[in-house]
Design a protein around this ligand. Structure first.
Ligand code: HEC
Ligand code: HEC
Length: 368
């Protein structure tokens, strides 16, 4: 029986919530069966049931969507993570979530989900990253201009996290696993790369604890849940027992395209789009640290010369006042050697603008 929520103080009370991000509003999430109460037995607390200020009212029944053993299932239906009636829809009980600062995914709308085993609660590390128990499955649906393109799952099985993607086929109404990746031409003419399983790991690094969007800094905002309720996600996930009540106090990200100060917007963007790799032990040859919680003075890019000059001559990674002399901006906007090096074919103009606005606004780098 989970009564945690009744004792949680309002640590997550919010002032000024970011508007929903552009990638949060396609409506696949309505398949989630939020009506089923799974607290078996008779001691269901009526106050808990009556709460209308959380996005999901009770913990869904577990067991429908569990990590695969051996090879990833060849079809999406066999994963158990989609609806029995309609394989394009998440299974009832796959709990939706959304992030404050999304990864740029070539104009795709994305929906994200969590399934956790019965009786388990995730934990937080000291920087607010969520560490999930064995048996957890995370999902992400990618839609481009109403075309469902692929469904990605990350499953924490007996031998650790494994990711895979299923390409959606509209004719057969089924998804087919693409472990070696694939290049597609979408209905709108856009080229789309489904990453291979090795490429999942390039971004979902061990250093970042594999799950990337699931951290206190990304979830601490009022999201308009598919149920129609707008509620704080941390509070909701504590309420259904997915998260412990003791939430670490970390700075929360801001919408990179919202009204927050330039530095907060730019650094939120760099955190979600770049820091999976660019953090200590993240797998790059450089010591750049794009995590939001790292002091700019220690992050090794402001006023620090780029090592890979790429024909730009000797320029800093970030030069206050000059996008032309800032390698971060150049690497985001030039097609050769563009960052991130995987998962995108289209330059993120809005993201580049966010970085440009910060570079224009910052007058000097802090002393390291
Ligand atoms: C370019 C880097 C990149 C690649 C490649 C990538 N991901 Fe992700 N993924 C992210 C980021 C960043 C997030 C969190 C932000 C968001 O969802 O917008 C994320 C989120 C997810 C989520 C939601 C749970 C979470 O971690 O927040 C799933 C599931 C997922 N990815 C699966 C996969 C799988 C499976 C692959 C390989 C087929 C893959 N991803 C490839 C960067 C990447
Ligand atoms: C999938 C992992 C990955 C992601 C995500 C990623 N990078 Fe990189 N980055 C690398 C690797 C590997 C290198 C080294 C090879 C190279 O220079 O291309 C690198 C190099 C760089 C360099 C060159 C530094 C120097 O001193 O020469 C910059 C600047 C950079 N990245 C910025 C970014 C930015 C900005 C983002 C997000 C928009 C980003 N990266 C996202 C893997 C990544």
């Amino acid at each position: 029986m989970r009564l945690l929520s009744l004792t949680v103080p309002f640590i997550v009370l919010l002032v000024g919530c970011p508007p929903p991000t552009e990638d949060s509003d396609t409506d696949l999430g309505t398949g989630t069966d939020l009506g089923t109460d799974t607290d078996e037995g008779t001691d269901v607390d009526t106050d808990t049931e009556a709460r209308t200020d959380v996005g999901v009212t009770s913990r869904p029944s577990p067991g429908f969507c569990v990590p695969w053993i051996g090879d990833a299932p060849s079809t999406l239906s066999r994963t158990g993570c989609v609806s029995d009636d309609d394989a394009s829809m998440p299974a009832a009980g796959f709990v939706p979530f959304s992030v404050i600062s999304p990864l740029w995914s070539d104009n795709a709308d994305k929906e994200r989900y969590i399934a956790m085993p019965e009786g388990t609660t995730a934990t937080f590390d000291e920087r607010g990253d969520i560490l999930f128990p064995t048996g957890t499955v995370l999902g992400k649906w990618f839609t481009v201009e109403d075309q469902l393109v692929e469904i990605r799952l990350y499953a924490n099985g007996a031998s650790g996290w494994e990711g895979a993607s299923w390409r959606w086929d509209d004719d057969t109404q089924e998804g087919y696993v693409e472990t070696s990746g694939a290049t597609l031409t979408l209905d709108n003419g856009q080229t789309w790369d489904i990453p291979n399983t090795g490429q999942c790991r390039q971004c979902h690094t061990f250093a970042a604890n594999t799950a990337l969007g699931l951290e206190a800094a990304q979830l601490d905002w009022d999201w308009a849940y598919p149920t129609g309720v707008t509620a704080n996600q941390l509070e909701t996930l504590v309420h259904i027992g997915f998260l412990p009540a003791d939430i670490p106090d970390v700075a929360r990200l801001v919408d990179p395209h919202g009204g927050a100060p330039e530095e907060e917007r730019a650094r939120s963007y760099l955190h979600s789009n770049c820091s999976g790799c660019h953090q200590p032990s993240g797998g790059t040859p450089y010591s750049i640290d794009f995590r939001y919680g790292t002091d700019l003075a220690d992050a090794d890019y402001c006023g620090v010369d780029a090592i890979n000059t790429l024909g730009f001559g000797r320029i800093p990674r970030l030069d206050p006042g000059s996008i032309d002399r800032s390698m971060i901006y150049q690497r985001m906007t030039t097609s050769a050697f563009r960052m991130p090096p995987v998962g995108t074919n289209i330059i993120d103009d809005d993201g580049a603008d966010t970085i440009a606005e910060w570079i224009a606004a910052i007058s000097a780098c802090p002393e390291p």
